[in-house]
Design a protein around this ligand. Structure first.
Ligand SMILES: [Ca+2]
Length: 217
């Protein structure tokens, strides 16, 4: 019996290690933003890797009739990264092709790239992260080779419209059980944030609570 328990524990630890050891992810955060036209906003490309990486190379596709890419900058996770020549923003086709190389390989989690967009007109755009012909899986390993094992890639979505939803104060598309909306309502109530009609308006706090528990009509 003890032996079986020991084997089960060993198996569980083993599978945990397996899950941890292969974790490699590149994602756009936040995953969803709703904005009004003529706004500038930014998204982060977040890297999460237990394996050491020496850089990344990606193509990001967007809807060029809705968005205009204004700049691509290093995020804090890539603060010591170098930029090879050949990085381009193409606002005609809606494509960013970019690469960064790290002087010292690193692992961990953080914002590697910050991309600023301008919202041109009403509509929607996916922020579709892809590999390039040189680096199909986006990340480059510590030896400078493209990682060919699966890297989880999570794209972003942008919606340009008249976004105000009384149940979605932080405009992230999450309406029910969003603690951040509750906190926003509370900050508006206290006057820490400047929000139309919210200051000391107890009815709006109650309304946000009804949104939170999905009882707002
Ligand atoms: Ca929300």
């Amino acid at each position: 019996m003890r032996y079986i328990v020991f084997m089960i524990v060993l198996f569980l630890f083993g599978s945990m290690f397996l899950v941890v050891s292969v974790a490699k992810e590149v994602k756009i955060s936040p995953t969803y933003q709703c904005l009004s036209p003529n706004n500038e906003f930014h998204v982060n490309m977040t890297v999460d890797t237990t394996e050491y990486i020496r850089g990344l190379q990606f193509k990001l596709l967007f809807n060029s009739s809705v968005l205009e890419a204004l700049s691509v900058e290093k995020g804090p996770f890539f603060s010591d990264a170098l930029e090879p020549p050949g990085n381009t923003i193409n606002n005609t086709v809606g494509e960013i092709v970019w690469a960064y190389g790290l002087t010292t390989p690193k692992n961990g989690t953080g914002n590697a790239v910050k991309i600023t967009f301008g919202a041109k007109s009403l509509g929607a755009s996916m922020l579709d992260i892809q590999g390039t012909s040189q680096v199909p899986y986006i990340l480059i390993d510590a030896n400078g080779n493209p990682m060919t094992e699966g890297v989880a890639i999570n794209d972003g979505n942008i919606s340009i419209e008249n976004c105000f939803n009384p149940c979605d104060l932080n405009n992230d598309g999450i309406i029910i059980h969003d603690y951040n909306d509750l906190m926003t309502a509370y900050k508006c109530f206290l006057g820490i944030r400047n929000c139309a009609n919210y200051h000391q308006n107890w009815n709006l706090i109650k309304q946000e609570y009804e949104c939170f528990v999905n009882k707002f009509k």
